[in-house]
Design a protein around this ligand. Sequence first.
Ligand SMILES: Nc1nc2c(c(=O)[nH]1)N[C@H]1C(S)=C(S)[C@@H](COP(=O)(O)O)O[C@H]1N2
Ligand SMILES: [Mo]
Length: 512
Amino acid sequence: MRTSRAWWPLAGLLAGAVGLTVSYAAAALLHVRDAPVVAVAEGIIALTPGPVATWAIDTFDTDDKAVLILGILVVLAVLFGWFGRLAHRRWSLAVTGYVALAGIALVAVLTKPTPSLTDLAPIVVGLLCWLVVLAVLAEWLRRWELVEDSEDPAAEPMHTRRHFFLAAAATAAVASGGGLVGRVAGSARRRAEQSRRLLRIEGVTAPAVPDGVSVGVEGVSAWQTANDGFYLIDTAIIKPTIAPADWELRVHGMVERELRLSYADLVRRELTQEWITLNCVSNEVGGDLIGNAWWSGVRLAGILAEAGPAPGADAVLQTSEDGWTCGTPLAALMDDRNAMLAVAMNGEPLPIEHGFPVRTIVPGLYGYVSACKWVVDLEVTRFDDITAYWTDKGWSELGPVKIASKIEVPGDGAEVPAGELVCAGVAWMQHTGISAVEVQVDGGRWQRATLAASPSVDTWVQWRAVVDLEPGDHQIRVRAVGADGHTQTGAVADVVPDGATGWHAIGVTAQS
Ligand SMILES: Nc1nc2c(c(=O)[nH]1)N[C@H]1C(S)=C(S)[C@@H](COP(=O)(O)O)O[C@H]1N2
Ligand SMILES: [Mo]
């Protein structure tokens, strides 16, 4: 064991351990559902033939999953040691081994329902760690070997050997650190997730899609956006995980009475429930950063009235647990619209990434000035005295939703038969409402579309129109008319500083 040769397997093993624990930590921090090893284990379970699964359950009882994971770890340990030896002979062979393992994890993750790009991050991070750590350890082993093989009697392997062992010890420390971070982050997440699962909020009802809200055209956005299909925008790489028992909201600033509300205090209050469409100021014309959900929560008007805003206050600076801020007009939170501290989305406790346990929802305002997720602090103040996350970056202080409409059917560039063509899509202007939608072919006359029902002015509306197309290429455009009588402008504006404008247009080719 005093020769360098004997230590290559250890180098492989340590590199492997670091990669695994770092990917485990990354998965926990990024709230990826499964660390790579777990994903592979679940993949194996899915592929296991019934009789084998039954045998495993009979033999190992409820420990079957732990046994499987342990088995995978043992196999990995053997492989890592072997990769270390391979690295001594042929570096590329070891790399191929690690890449192949990462490939297996990749397949396991990608075959899960709704995989996302973040799900892949732990695997990529783990693979990089493997390769970097192996390269560093291999470098010291090679130097050690050079000294051993040297003809020079003065060459002393002690020095290089010490370096290798120091590097190995550091690697082991990183591996344990990664494991620890993973455990701590994972347990916070599990605690929040478990409390979310067990939560039953009195009065929250399941959404019932109102009658007549669909135009019945396939390809148009469903009236209700499912929680896992709802667009996600936030600055939090690591989503806050707050158990309801740990949540507290402070209402302070220019108020007569400062309030502190616990989660129990909040949900004891009268609940309000409404269909509200939420959209992002960064949504381009025709974009899909928009969703419609059944929100349940407690009206902010009552809470703010209880705190008693001082004269002169015109804004509320909202702060989330991770420090993100937005400034919202006090009036919008206190008027008769249903601005709320939402606790449920589509009849379920808020998903963690949508702000669990409490977020703000304000009909008629873009998310960046209103829809604070993981909200923990409301400071009643004046716009003149504050700035917030996005206003600091050049976005407008006020962000009322602009009227908009889009064509979802047919798709841009579609080839369609000449003659009558059904077009359909959605239009929205929350807190004002939509009174009409019009479509136009090749700059011709604007033609009225049929509108589906909408239960309030705070949601999107589906529309449908039939246009007549001669054979050839055509452009179809859409515009909406608000319930305030104003027609959506065709003037094109960028999303910065307060939302895009312009008519959504598609091109189609009609074939005779
Ligand atoms: N804490 C926090 N809340 C936030 C944000 C954020 O970055 N952090 N982004 C806002 C923006 S810009 C939008 S459009 C909405 C999006 O909400 P969603 O991710 O639930 O769709 O959340 C808002 N609330
Ligand atoms: Mo946004």
